[in-house]
Ligand binder design. Structure first.
Ligand code: PEP
Ligand code: MG
Length: 583
């Protein structure tokens, strides 16, 4: 069995059994063929007809996705549409056919690969989504010209497991949940954005599987275990029976945990913990509610951006924020302003080249440099806040001036809306994401300057340990249990407490039961969690005592390695009567 077992990182729990659909293998070998001069115009016509057909097809995919997941998510296809309408790009392909007498498919492949290489040589993470879209367009057009069957994920006829070298957030959003039952990829880690999405969507996923594409072909039967982080090829009936039994046990445990979703998250010694949900996609609002979320601790707004051709309008945003707000009466919904940059820019956004985009023009920096963009989002937040408890949170903050300027803009827009007679709140609470070492070190000042703090442990860990959160090769170095991160977490909790400001944790760490136990011990009384993880965290809170959690946190802070911290946490939950292997 060991030669059939591939190991990676389980980024979203659950078991799935089904045939593989390998996404990256879809570009066929295009034969190099020249056509006689007399047929050159025929090739140009073939090219134009193919582009038209593919445009129509992508339009249909968009409609189907809109019916399935709503118009916002369907906009993921806009970037591909834009490429199929790009007159310069298509004109260059026609020139190539006319000058070199190439077939339409060869010319298209040549130009698309040339463009892809140019983007790849830039080495910019932010072009990743665009490269994925270009790949998608190239594969569709070339396959169509070669009369090959479409290996479209939308056209799947049986529940399948998507296998890819790298899964981009755009692809994750695009998946038809009724036919795609799990994801396996070579790249990616627990905190890469596609992994966070898969987890929020409750889709089992294993990432960081070295050599997966060399071993798996479309049609290979797979047994994927997102809890253990494994993919088994061609499972035997006995292995399937064993996994199914485990799946049934996990499911039963899930059902049992679900029963407790409306119970208050109170520790055995009376500490009330607020459990909110992280919402990345509109459809997760319902999942968060169903799992008993007390509001939303992190409403990511990037789905409006990834893979899209343009930014959303103020009205679109206001409608979405209002929908989220009214879904949780009596509870706050924390809207995070655009975390643009890094690998997230809409296709039409003119972003400059940067050698290190994760250390570059990102998040609040982009927003403050583009007031029209920021003000539109803030106006949408204020409008939604007229009828709901809406808060605003700003990401990747490193300077106090960023908070001060945001507050000024919120007040200015509140006044402007009032002058315009638009129904809106005059202001909203403004919180700071604590996800840079700079913010953590100055936590006391940020606590004084803002209305609340929320720790983004994904980025805080990345920037403190200098480990790319999406790099599978460094996955074992990426741990928020590192003593350095723990100290910062403690410092932030203490600073918030001293300033009488609420502090929460919204990074993936809060969704992990042992870490959630630690966070409560460090003094965090609000956790924002991936919706599928809410029932387990709620159950855990109800088993533990604050006193034991605090004692465990003190011991963890004195530990010298992340492995020691993990041992201490296991012993701590055991002392609360919880079997750590159940978590
Ligand atoms: C974080 O960095 O921990 C966080 C919650 O934000 P994101 O994962 O969207 O960067
Ligand atoms: Mg972050």
């Amino acid at each position: 069995m060991s030669d059939r077992l591939l190991r990676g990182v389980g980024v979203s729990p659950g078991i799935a059994i089904g045939p593989a659909v390998v996404v990256a293998s879809a570009l066929p070998d295009v034969p190099h063929r020249v056509v006689p001069r007399s047929q050159v115009e025929r090739e140009v016509r073939r090219l134009r007809a193919a582009v038209r057909d593919v445009q129509r097809h992508v339009g249909e995919l968009k409609e189907r996705a809109a019916l399935r997941a709503g118009p916002d998510e369907a906009r993921i296809f806009d970037a591909q549409m834009l490429m199929l309408e790009d007159a310069d790009f298509l004109g260059a392909i026609e020139d190539l056919i006319r000058e070199n007498h190439l077939t339409a498919e060869k010319a298209f492949e040549f130009k698309a690969l040339e463009q892809r290489d140019a983007w790849m040589s830039v080495g910019s993470a932010r072009l990743k989504d665009r490269i994925a879209d270009l790949n998608g367009v190239m594969i569709r057009v070339v396959r169509h010209l070669m009369h090959l069957e479409d290996e479209d994920l939308e056209g799947l006829t049986q529940p399948s497991i998507v296998v890819a070298r790298e899964v981009f957030p755009g692809l994750t959003v695009q998946l038809d949940r009724s036919q795609v039952i799990a994801i396996a990829s070579e790249e990616g880690t627990r905190t890469s954005h596609a992994a966070i999405l898969a987890h929020s969507m409750g889709m089992p996923a294993v990432m960081g599987i070295q050599g997966a594409l060399g071993r798996i072909e479309t049609g290979t039967r797979l047994l994927l275990d997102g809890t253990r982080g494994t993919v088994l090829l061609d499972p035997t009936p006995a292995e399937i029976a064993d996994a199914t039994a485990r799946g049934v046990r996990e499911h039963e445990r899930g059902v049992e945990l679900e029963r407790g979703v409306s119970l208050p998250a109170v520790t055995t010694d009376g500490l009330r913990v607020a459990l909110r949900g992280n919402v990345d996609l509109p459809e997760e609002i319902d999942a968060a509610r169903a799992h008993g979320a007390e509001g939303v601790g992190l409403l990511r707004t990037e789905f409006f951006i990834t893979g899209h051709a343009a930014l959303p309008t103020e009205d679109e945003q206001a409608r979405y924020f209002a929908r989220a707000g009214t879904a949780f009466p009596g509870h706050p919904v924390v809207i995070r302003s655009y975390d643009l940059g890094g690998d997230k820019f809409p296709a039409a956004f003119q972003a400059p080249y940067e050698a290190n985009p994760f250390l570059g023009w990102r998040a609040i920096r982009v927003c403050l440099d583009h007031p029209e963009l920021f003000r539109g989002q803030i106006r949408a937040v204020l409008r939604a806040a007229a009828d709901a408890q809406i808060h605003l949170m700003i990401p990747l903050v490193t300077r106090l001036a960023e908070v001060q300027r945001t507050r000024e803009i919120v007040l200015e827009e509140g006044q402007r809306l009032a002058r315009e007679g638009v129904r809106a709140a005059a202001s909203v609470p403004v919180g700071v994401m604590m996800e840079t070492p700079a913010a953590a070190v100055l936590a006391d000042r940020f606590a004084a300057e803002s209305d609340f703090l929320s720790v983004g442990t994904n980025d805080l860990t990345q920037y403190t340990l200098v480990v790319d959160r999406g790099n599978a090769r460094l996955a074992d170095r990426f741990t928020p249990l590192d003593p350095s991160v723990l100290r910062l977490l403690k410092q932030i909790a203490d600073a918030a407490c001293a300033a009488h400001k609420p502090a929460s944790v919204c990074g993936e760490m809060a969704s992990e039961p042992l870490s959630a136990f630690l966070l409560i011990g460090l003094g965090y009384e609000t956790l924002s969690v991936a919706p599928p993880a809410l029932p387990r965290i709620r159950w855990l809170v109800r088993q533990l005592s604050r006193q034991q959690a605090a004692a465990t946190a003190t011991a963890a802070l004195a530990a010298r390695t992340d492995a020691d911290v993990l041992e201490i946490l296991r012993a701590g939950v055991a002392a609360c009567g919880v079997d750590p292997s159940l978590l």
